[in-house]
Design a protein around this ligand. Sequence first.
Ligand code: FES
Length: 215
Amino acid sequence: MKKCGGERIKIMENGPYMVFGDIPLKGEAIERDEEGRSVRWTETKKHYPDGVYALCRCGNSANKPFCNADHSDFDGTETAPRSTYDECSYIIPRSEDVGYQQSPMFCTRSEFCHGRVDVAKAAANKETLDAAIERTHHCAGGSVVINVDGKKQEPCLEKSISAAASFGDAGPLRVRGGIPVESSDGYVYEVRNRVALCRCGKSLNKPFCDTSHMR
Ligand code: FES
């Protein structure tokens, strides 16, 4: 795999995410309705880092989301399979031309699919299809996508990173807009529009969030 230039996230061995290319950084939390269902992401804080910055990957920093070099005991071994989204996902047909595609490997439990049922149901109906597609765009890890006529319905997202609170104060880094993520040994993971990177240090699917921050 070739190395990337410009905007990118470089994973340091047992260390932080180094972010290159002046990528905007903010804090975000999920707003929920009275039944506890995810409604939208709300900006909670804007950070103003200089061009290159280091983000905590181990969960120990006292200066989150930034790294403060307190990762001496951190085992950051990258355990995620080096496969593409299509290789580790399945498609549930919802009608002749609509498919609901999901990869459990990228689920962060941000729950905009409302436990999958609502969105999958809505996708089967032409009148509610657009709302279902819009909902999937909030899915932090890009676990869910709706296909129409075999084409993934992905929005054009600006490059940005948020320290997301998807459960209480905890949550992954929400990476948007197709920012390349390069492993500590120089492998570039599949470039995807929506990716959630673990920042609690506990994921068994590093560098991706696997919902361990909820435990
Ligand atoms: S932030 Fe989700 S598993 Fe670490």
